[in-house]
Design a protein around this ligand. Structure first.
Ligand code: CO
Length: 217
């Protein structure tokens, strides 16, 4: 390799360390994957899915994009959800946002960044939906954190509204959708009290989660 040699060296050390502990690890993993969880998170380099929850390769199916969004027409994200639910039979879908998300900040600042602005537009819709709550906050830092939390709740709702998840519940498949948020400043996860196991729980639980978030302003 001409460049990035250190990454190949890191890789070799990593693979050797795992094999030293468990010689058949990669052989077994290459034959099948049976993850229990689908993680939908932000692309931010500071939010590495597996490390945060201490899971090994093979244990977490992952989709990441700017500001952990689940857009109804995003075939990429929908395909990941469909494969995870219908083929891998994951039992949990975790939407995990993080405080001080750059995508969320950019959406609040209304500055032009290029193509990504179209993607961030969805966050601005969430901001608009809850604008009354935002009027109570002057501090841009706190506004950003509020939108990070509300965005997670909205994306959980979007996951639950997909035909994939609704069909899974309809046929009695065990599937729970969670909304979590991660603190860049302390490395800790926080549950936003969204944990939906059935369509009937969706609206009451989301309403409760939204009012909890807004009342803690
Ligand atoms: Co982010």
């Amino acid at each position: 390799m001409r460049i990035l040699k250190h990454l190949f060296e890191n890789n070799q050390q990593w693979a050797e360390a795992i094999t030293a502990k468990e010689p058949q690890f990669f052989k077994h993993l290459s034959e099948q994957q049976t993850p229990q969880y689908l993680w939908i998170g932000c692309a931010d380099s500071r939010v590495p899915a597996n490390q945060i929850v201490g899971l090994l390769p093979g244990e977490l199916f992952v989709h990441r994009n700017v500001a952990n969004q689940v857009i109804h027409t995003d075939l990429n994200c929908l395909s990941v959800i469909q494969f995870a639910v219908d083929v891998l039979h994951v039992r949990h879908i975790i939407v995990c946002g993080h405080y001080q998300c750059g995508g969320v900040k950019a959406a609040l600042q209304n500055e032009r960044h290029g193509l990504v602005d179209n993607w961030l537009r969805h966050l601005q819709d969430v901001h608009k939906k809850y604008q009354t709550a935002f009027r109570k906050l002057d501090d841009p830092h706190r506004q950003c954190d509020l939108l990070c939390e509300l965005n997670v709740i909205e994306q959980v709702m979007n996951v639950c509204h997909t035909t994939i998840v609704q069909d899974a519940w309809q046929r009695g498949q065990s599937l729970t959708v969670h909304g979590w948020i991660y603190g860049l400043h302390n490395g800790l996860l926080q549950d936003l009290n969204v944990c939906i196991t059935h369509l009937s729980e969706l609206n009451p639980m989301l309403e409760k989660a939204v009012s909890h978030v807004i009342s803690s302003i």
